[in-house]
Design a protein around this ligand. Structure first.
Ligand SMILES: *Cc1c(COP(=O)(O)O)cnc(C)c1O
Length: 473
């Protein structure tokens, strides 16, 4: 496809009667003498160009998007409508509380809903994503220990954890201590015990973990951590697997983040805005970022007056549009949030059972909302997990998460979410079986995939390190 510069055909895209009429107020010296080299096309050509470009993108509206851990569920379009209501879109973030009652009420109600769903005692909606929530949570943990003059330095993190966990703890000055997983893919509790001393501030856990497995010893873990004077941080990226069934408070966690853009169906991807609200237990409330949204029975207000607050972590209302969408989703689903959990878990188990004959399954147990296969059997034929992922693109599916979690070689991490029909799941299963078959009979076909996408293989390292973003003749 040509760039819009190459398509330029000197057609005027605008139709002003007298070109210079509206420029009268400019003095001669300020007037541009030469053309600035922008493409010249008619409106229709411009529309077609961008429509064609957008058609080349893959998105959830176009096909199956089983990106493990990322929870690419469908985002109901009514949420978009609500987020674009004029009163929300045009509200100036510096308007006084009296003139921002609708927005503040929505935020307050969302906080209350998230308190109920997570079991936590207080919530901040400020963080812009999960990783940002982790950073906020670890800052709160740090400040808590400072407040009791306990200079703990270490944070335990299971080896199956998402990379943002150690990064966030490290940014707060903690030393990272990895905890091993046992043969069942869960935290090795004996190893955990051997690491405990009075220098351990916290453990960061994801439950279900990134293998899609529920940590069955979580209650024992929270007991021994608390006996050690340590806190427990809950990475809630997989919260969509437990919603309505249990919550981090019942499991003994002290701080939690949830990714609204995963569990509560708001858009994400492409670096777009998300939101990673953080919940804390009562004793950590005083350290929350400001402002906290409060209601005195009469008026909703932003309270900046929290003596021990860690400060602000995001300007103004946070990613407000995302909060509106998440609140709409929660209201719309009501008690059915629990059903979303059930269907997400059912869908993952269905695909897992159908595929385990064709791909090796390192942990052959019932999973939660996602599961991890390994492409080791196919690797023996010269077909890597990356090749399998690329070949899936020919089958109208977005590749799943690959090579994560790190503890599984050639990992393929599949999360169907609850929003897919059985027909769609079956279609994906068929494609995966076909690829397994090709790996045996015609490996080159998989190795040279994708065959049907606008761009074949790109040099991902080069693309990230030296992005070439400008058109030069
Ligand atoms: C997605 C994810 C994160 C990070 O969340 P972002 O919203 O992408 O910053 C952290 N942990 C796990 C397990 C995740 O899946």
């Amino acid at each position: 496809m040509k760039t819009i510069f190459e398509k330029s055909n000197n057609t005027e895209g605008i139709s002003l009667t007298d070109e210079n009429e509206h420029l009268e107020f400019l003095e001669g010296a300020e007037l541009r003498k030469d053309a600035i080299g922008l493409p010249q096309l008619g409106e229709l050509e411009v529309m077609r160009h961008y429509k064609e470009l957008s058609d080349k993108n893959f998105c959830i509206e176009k096909g199956f998007y089983p990106l493990g851990s990322c929870t690419m569920k469908y985002n109901p379009k009514v949420n978009e409508l609500l987020a674009s209501l004029e009163g929300f879109v045009n509200l100036h973030p510096n308007s006084p509380d009296e003139y921002s009652q609708g927005a503040l009420k929505l935020m307050y109600n969302l906080q209350e809903a998230l308190k109920t769903i997570t079991g936590m005692d207080a919530i901040t909606l400020q963080p812009a994503a999960g990783a940002h929530g982790e950073l906020t949570g670890m800052m709160i943990i740090k400040k808590y220990f400072e407040s009791i003059n306990d200079n703990r330095k270490k944070v335990l993190i299971p080896d199956s954890a998402h990379g943002t966990n150690p990064a966030s703890a490290h940014m707060c000055g903690f030393e990272i201590v990895p905890v091993k997983s046992n043969d069942s893919g869960q935290v090795d509790i004996e190893h955990l015990k051997s690491l405990l001393d009075s220098d351990v501030a916290a453990i960061m856990m994801t439950n279900p973990n990134t293998l899609g497995l529920f940590e069955e010893n979580v209650l024992e873990i929270s007991k021994i951590m608390h006996e050690n004077g340590s806190l427990l941080y809950y990475d809630g990226a997989n919260f969509n697997a437990i919603m309505g069934y249990t919550n981090p408070k019942l499991m003994g966690f002290d701080v939690v983040h949830i990714n609204l853009h995963k569990t509560f169906a708001t858009p994400h991807g492409g670096g777009g805005p998300g939101a990673g609200p953080v919940g804390v237990v009562e004793k950590l409330k005083e350290f929350l970022p400001v402002p906290v949204i409060e209601f005195d029975g009469d008026i909703y207000r932003r309270n900046y007056n929290l003596k021990n607050s860690i400060g602000s972590v995001k300007a103004f209302f946070g990613n407000f549009g995302v909060l509106v969408r998440a609140y709409a989703y929660i209201l719309m689903m009501g008690k059915n949030l629990k059903e979303a959990t059930e269907n997400a878990v059912l869908n993952a188990n269905y695909i897992k059972e159908k595929l385990k004959k064709y791909y090796d399954l390192p942990y052959d147990v019932p999973c939660m909302h996602e599961f991890v296969l390994t492409g080791e059997r196919q690797k023996e034929k010269g077909v890597s997990t990356l090749n399998i992922a690329k070949r899936l693109m020919d089958g109208n599916a977005h590749p799943p998460t690959v090579y994560f979690p790190l503890i599984v070689h050639e990992a393929i991490m599949i999360e169907p979410t609850e929003s897919e029909t059985k027909e769609k799941l079956d279609e994906f299963i068929e494609t995966m079986i076909q690829i397994a078959h090709e790996a045996e009979t015609d490996p080159q076909k998989v190795i040279s995939a994708p065959h049907t996408t606008p761009v074949k293989r790109v040099d991902e390292t080069l693309a990230a390190r030296h992005p070439d973003l400008t058109f030069k003749e």
